[in-house]
Design a protein around this ligand. Structure first.
Ligand SMILES: *Cc1c(COP(=O)(O)O)cnc(C)c1O
Length: 360
């Protein structure tokens, strides 16, 4: 069987070498040395500052909203994983869905402009499949409208625009280090703040609102900590990250080569690079998509609609929704992600592509 995804496992000896440090110190959590080391190495690797590690990617989104004290509504995309909008709703910020751009599959700037109203405090775009949004366009919107821009960058580890990390854009970006992501720590995530003031405020809020200088409690707080055990996995995976990215990108490019002319792909940001996070293909109709999915399954190849359904059509959001999002709804019905993970071989990719072509 060829699954759609498989977590990357570093050599156990490498992982245990980091774990042994935690054992030797008898230090398992509370901003320990492994978490501190992972933070510094990630800042260095990604070329960013103000990176804060947290327990998962969803929490990193919630933390960003909280630091900016968002209220009212936030304009976001329906073509994403549910966590993008459920994290807003959980923090009592109403998600308002604008449509996506049919080329990039990312949130359309024009559609966002039509959905902004006097209760809008933020825009939450997603770099879908690791393909950067119109970051320059959103930057102008941020300046002209005084809105906070918080990127869900869960797919965008290692992605650059104009030679610098895509994580530099907006007021904050959120990464997920879930086991299925390009870089992972089993569970985990990070927020990257543009301003160090916001980073400092976040550090404070996430230590239960305790002022560590004297132990007094001075504000509301929460616990978002990453443990030393999770950081150990993160460090072991980070040791191998160049290999992981190179192999995944090579497989991604092989898919493009084999399937060009047969299916449609998202058009990549022209000043960016691939990170091989996901290979998404779109068919001409939902029916053709279903036929291929079932055909692949018959041959023990697992692919899946991703993302589906378009979130604006969910019952939990319908009541508060005004318009539809036709582009997102169409793409959600006719787009799948094909198998892509580190232990997948080029031979298997060719096999997946040939099988797919047979069922077209
Ligand atoms: C994985 C993912 C998340 C959530 O991350 P977790 O670490 O699983 O909480 C959020 N948004 C997108 C787009 C994702 O793919």
């Amino acid at each position: 069987m060829i699954p759609v995804n498989k977590p990357y496992l570093p050599a156990f000896s490498k992982y245990s070498k980091y774990l042994e440090q935690a054992y030797a110190r008898n230090w398992l959590t509370n901003n320990g040395p492994l978490v501190q080391e992972l933070k510094l190495r990630l800042e260095d690797y990604l070329g960013v500052k103000n990176l804060m590690l947290v327990a998962n990617g969803t929490l990193s989104m919630q933390l960003a909203y909280k630091v900016f004290a968002l209220k009212g509504n936030a304009v976001t995309t329906p073509f994403t994983f549910i966590a993008t909008s459920s994290s807003l709703q959980w923090e009592h910020i109403r998600p308002v869905f604008a449509d996506i751009d049919p080329k990039s599959y990312c949130l359309s700037l024009d559609s966002v402009k039509k959905h902004i109203n006097n209760e809008t405090t933020a825009v939450v775009p997603v770099h879908v499949y690791g393909n950067p949004c119109d970051v320059d366009g959103f930057e102008k919107l941020r300046e002209s409208h005084g809105l906070k821009i918080i990127y869900d960058a869960a797919h965008a580890f290692g992605v650059k625009v104009n030679g610098k990390s895509v994580l530099h854009y907006g007021d904050a970006s959120s990464l997920s280090f879930h086991a299925t992501k390009v870089f992972h720590s089993v569970e985990g995530g990070a927020v990257i703040f543009r301003n160090s003031d916001d980073y400092e405020r976040a550090m404070f809020m996430t230590n239960f609102g305790i002022d560590t200088s004297d132990g007094s409690i001075v504000s509301d707080g929460i616990n978002t900590k990453m443990s030393e055990v999770h950081a150990a996995m993160g460090l072991a995976v980070l040791d191998d990250i160049d290999l992981i990215l190179a192999h995944r990108t090579a497989l991604f490019e092989l898919y493009l080569k084999e399937l060009t002319g047969y299916v449609r792909f998202p058009v990549w940001h022209e000043k960016s690079n691939y990170n091989g996070a996901y290979i998404a293909v779109t068919f001409s109709s939902a029916e053709q998509c279903t036929k291929v999915l079932e055909g692949l399954k018959n041959e023990n190849i697992i692919a899946r609609r991703y993302f589906a359904p378009s979130l604006n059509t969910l019952d939990i959001y319908c009541a508060q929704q005004s318009g539809s999002c036709p582009v997102s709804e169409h793409f959600a019905s006719a787009t799948i992600c094909l198998p892509l993970y580190f232990s997948l071989t080029e031979k298997e990719v060719i096999h997946v592509c040939n099988t797919l072509k047979r069922y077209l």
